[in-house]
Write a protein that binds this ligand. Structure first.
Ligand SMILES: C[S@@+](CC[C@H](N)C(=O)[O-])C[C@H]1O[C@@H](n2cnc3c(N)ncnc32)[C@H](O)[C@@H]1O
Length: 204
């Protein structure tokens, strides 16, 4: 299943939906949402499912030379496009792996950012547990989509059978998954401005 999905994303790396630059309005929204999740100069950010590196580039600018972005994707094709886009970005490291299997330093990241990707992860609890493990005590977890919940899950938007079952869990289920992973939701909004969920470690 995971290999099939990886191959599918490999085929998508040169498609316009995956590599088109953000419109100015989208960039403004992203900057605002990233700021609210603590993506500020000098911090360390982890971005799982970075695709072609569009957000990675923005994160790299936002955190500046004193910060670091670790961006991961399971698709070689997507990472090749990222590598091209991010040539010369010395504060970015790219990793080819699945979020479920990768090993990262515990207690290291100020922010973990999922943009347009959380619903694609096969094992969401494993992803959330990893997030809790690698976040610093004051770190923030963010899930962001330009679209609202019903559009993320709209079957008409699923471009291939392989991603048909990739759904954003309903809010209650999401909260219970966060709890099971040692986190708690700190902010949620779902409207015309998109889907935003922020969480932090539960014992704060
Ligand atoms: C819809 S794209 C979004 C890419 C990027 N976040 C963006 O907004 O442009 C989803 C990406 O997540 C990656 N992905 C999906 N499941 C993954 C997993 N379990 N581990 C690592 N990467 C994964 C895919 O290879 C793909 O590049």
């Amino acid at each position: 299943m995971s290999m099939e999905k990886t191959r599918f994303f490999d085929t998508q790396a040169t498609e316009a939906w995956a590599r088109a630059e953000y419109a100015d309005q989208e960039t403004d929204k992203l900057r605002k949402v990233m700021n609210s999740a603590g993506v500020l100069p000098g911090v360390n950010v982890f971005e799982p499912g970075c695709g072609t590196g569009r957000l990675t580039q923005l994160l790299s600018h936002q955190i500046g030379p004193e910060g670091g972005v670790v961006a991961l994707d399971m698709s070689r094709g997507m990472l090749e496009v990222s590598r091209d886009r991010l040539k010369g970005a010395e504060n970015v490291s790219l990793i080819m792996d699945t979020i479920e299997n990768t090993n990262l330093a515990p207690d290291y990241f100020d922010a973990v950012i999922c943009h347009n990707v959380f619903h694609h992860f096969n094992d969401k609890i494993a992803m959330l547990r990893k997030t809790a493990e690698i976040l610093k005590p004051q770190g923030q977890f963010l899930i962001y989509h330009f679209l609202e919940f019903s559009e993320i899950n709209n079957p008409a938007r699923k471009v291939h059978d392989i991603v048909c079952q990739d759904l954003m869990p309903p809010l209650e289920q999401m909260q219970s998954m966060l709890r099971l992973s040692g986190m708690k939701m700190t902010y949620y909004s779902n409207d015309d401005d998109g889907f935003i969920l922020r969480a932090a470690l539960a014992d704060l």
